[in-house]
Design a protein. Structure first.
Length: 144
């Protein structure tokens, strides 16, 4: 299958600061709005923003010297988000399927991933997440 002529990839390394997340999200949102999948902007940005915020807050623990690496790949039919941090990771297996805390403002990341992404995978140590989202059919004429 030939990649869509609209395919693109964005790679960024961020310092562990919540303020840096907006810049990456704006770039991805603007690129996605230029495609037939503009209706998926909210979902993709939600997944990206959550993964980056988790890496900054939990992975790097806001350490000044920490780094968060991010890659977003748009193929024309889907988006793949890869986010990794240089923290120790977490035991994602123990958290799978757990209900988010009802009255807390945090702790909803895994639930959001499972609700909005088509697939979620972590590396062994839990400091890298890959999120895959199939996009709704647009006006691209992908031959399907």
């Amino acid at each position: 299958m030939t990649p869509s002529p609209q395919a693109w990839r964005l790679r960024r390394t961020l310092r562990p600061a919540l303020a840096d997340i907006d810049g990456v999200c704006v770039i991805v949102r603007n690129r996605l709005k230029q495609t037939a999948h503009a209706a998926d902007c909210f979902t993709v940005e939600l997944l990206l923003r959550e993964a980056l915020a988790n890496a900054v807050t939990h992975g790097c623990r806001d350490r000044a010297g920490g780094r968060v690496r991010c890659e977003v790949r748009f193929t024309g039919a889907s988006v793949r988000i890869l986010v990794a941090d240089d923290g120790a990771g977490f035991d994602w297996r123990a958290r799978l399927g757990a209900e988010p805390p009802e009255l807390e403002t945090g702790g909803r990341g895994l639930c959001l991933y499972s609700l909005y992404a088509d697939s979620v995978t972590f590396n062994e140590s839990g400091n890298r997440v890959a999120l895959h989202k199939r996009l709704r059919d647009g006006k691209q004429g992908d031959g399907a």
